[in-house]
Every structure is written in C-alpha cells, then in structure tokens.
Design a protein around this ligand. Structure first.
Ligand code: SAM
Length: 176
C-alpha cells in the first residue's frame, strides 16, 4: 500500500490556524496518512487532530517545524514522488494515473509559493487553471487519486461511528 503525505507550506501563525486545521481534517478524511507543516510548530493543530483520531479512529499523523527542502529531499531519498498542487500545473486528469502506486508527497501552498518548490517537484498539478484554495485543491486531488474509495474507508479503533440517516444524527458508540 503506497503512502500519501501532505506538506503544507506557508502556515502563518495566528492568521492561518483554522485553515491549517482544515487542511489536516481534509487530508485525514480524504485518505492521506499524515500532514507536515513546514517551518512552524503546530502543537494546537496536532492536539486537535489527535482528538479527532481518538474519537473517529485511524492513525493520521501531524508533524511541524521542519524545513520543506529537507522533507522533500528525504522523500526523494526514500524513493517517493513529489506532487505540487498549483493552478499553473498540468491537468490532474492527465497526470493522476502516473501517481497511483507511488509514495506521494502532496505539496500545497498558502500564498505565493517559491519557484524552487516548482523545480523540486516531480509533478506540478492543476485542479483546473483558476485560482481557488489549497483545501479544495487537496480534496479534489485526493478524491481523484483514490477514485472515491476513500469515502468508504472505515477507520480503525474508532470510539464512535456515524450511522448514515435520512434525518437527524445517529451515532453508534463502539467497544474499543
Ligand atoms: N497563485 C497561487 C498558485 O500558485 O496556485 C494561488 C495561491 S492559493 C491562495 C494557495 C494554494 O492553493 C496554492 O499554493 C495551491 O497549492 C492551491 N491552489 C489554488 N488554486 C489551485 C488550482 N487551480 N490548482 C491546484 N492548486 C491550487
């Protein structure tokens, strides 16, 4: 089973906490194994995602405070590929089949991303060529990568699980 990890660039402390937490939630819910926040320590985001794992299961990880260049170099040394999401890249539907079966580091930005990131990436991939958001780009990329299967995944060791219902909220408490 190949690994998929998200690398989030440009987290601005204070300003970006909610967006960065959402990047983590989306990465987890759409099937990635973990997220790394370049350069900034992200203890509160780590705590909040660990709480989500405890309640809803799985072993999604959060790391922070690492240099993007080192994360990318280590990923390459371990034989993985780096896919940077940018509106300037090639269409996701043309490239995504080349990525399946690889270990993928998915790079997303916050504001302007340095040209060095484009050069260091094996793939620069666009989710359409209009500007939108790293969160939407990430969700659509992962969904295309996993072909929708990620939405049917069951998370191990969950304390609770939702019972899909026509109306209201039905949640089953699990044994452990
Ligand atoms: N001009 C920027 C760019 O290079 O894509 C837009 C910055 S946008 C606020 C923040 C991040 O969202 C980008 O770094 C990129 O990862 C992602 N993003 C936005 N639009 C995208 C698109 N159409 N395709 C892929 N990624 C996109």
């Amino acid at each position: 089973m190949s690994k998929v990890v998200v690398l989030r660039l440009g987290h601005r402390p204070g300003r970006d906490k909610r967006l960065s937490t959402h990047a983590g939630l989306v990465a987890r819910a759409f099937g990635a194994d973990g997220i790394i926040f370049a350069d900034f320590k992200v203890k509160k985001i780590q705590d909040s995602l660990e709480g989500v794992n405890e309640r809803w299961g799985g072993s999604f990880f959060v790391r922070g405070g690492e240099s993007w260049r080192e994360v990318v170099d280590d990923w390459h040394s371990d034989g993985g590929v780096v896919a940077h999401l940018t509106m300037y890249g090639l269409p996701v539907d043309e490239k995504v089949s080349e990525l399946r079966d690889e270990d993928i580091l998915v790079v997303i930005g916050a504001e302007k991303v340095s040209g060095e990131v484009y050069d260091a990436s094996d793939f620069n991939i666009a989710i359409g060529n209009q500007p939108h958001s790293e969160i939407s780009a990430l969700a659509i990329f992962l969904d295309r990568l996993f072909e929708g299967e990620e939405l049917r995944r069951e998370y191990r060791d969950a304390e609770r699980r939702i019972v899909p219902s026509v109306s209201g909220k039905k949640v089953r408490e699990l044994d452990g």
